[in-house]
Design a protein around this ligand. Sequence first.
Ligand SMILES: [Zn+2]
Length: 358
Amino acid sequence: MTVADTMPTEVPLARPFPRDVPVPRHVLPARTRMTCVLAVDIGGTKVAAALVDEGGALLRSATRPTPRADVMSALAALVAEVIADGPPPHAVGVGCAGPLDLTTGAVSPVNMPSWRGFPLREELRRLTGLPVVLAGDAQCMALGEHWLGAGQGSTSLLGVVVSTGIGGGLVIGGAPLLGPAGNAGHVGHMSVDPDGERCECGGRGCVERYSSGPNLARWALENGWAPDGERDARALAADAAIGHPVAVAAFERGARALAGMIASTAAAVELDTVVIGGGVSAAGEVLFGPLERALDDVAGLAFVRAVRVRPTTLGVRAGLAGAARLAWRLSGPGAPPPPDPAMAGEGPPPVVGAGPIG
Ligand SMILES: [Zn+2]
């Protein structure tokens, strides 16, 4: 039986020893031997895994493209690569594209057709022999940014991933708000126009229909944008940056939808901070400038107007950081560890229009 087999899920592991009694090292509680957790981030284009210590430092990490079939075998190979020769992890945190069902630990990522109701939590537990905690990939992004990134110190945070789709996650009072089945924070499918366009989800007027990378490019192409080369959101951002009127209008339209969603969410849960990541966030000023102006127009109440919007500082590593934080929350002591800047800012810049949510 391993330490992990006996690990409670909610209570701190360490039992306090009297301060004045010397404790031989071999009888120290299991907690003191724990040095790292295994973080896993699963999306439609890549799977990533890392060993992460209690301060947030990446000890080892690896990334592979997501295969079209047999994702679990690829994941097993990735995990084996990361934990080989490293300190043994004592828990696993995993972020996966949704929807998911935390009551069963199953996932059904929209962009991974081979996984429908896939029992990811149980498969990872079987693979590693460790306790596993699961959340959505954008929920992990939010938690990672709160722990080590642009959301540090926030008491009410929304993390938004603007990419192929739009995902989100809430961190309220330092704790992730996952929802009963794990789908809280699906802000991409909040309706900002009840009379608007039909969304792929079946709803109407969803933010994603206006602001995701493919939808930004689609609207621009329908309205006279005719680039010579690539026709994606990255090319659209480049054209917006040099003042192409349709490209500028596409980002202003997308930013306005995001502003509506942000103001509504701020009114619902009294946000103080919004962190925006994902490939489209790399567009920079052509997104954040119009977003700031739209929020100024859309938001009314003082507490809604007070919300701060910031770009990601962890980039593509935010999901891994959040998955690690989940694992530490599962298995570590109650008090959050101090943030370690070692992980912050090291990720490569996000790529516009590439990859799934997260
Ligand atoms: Zn929708």
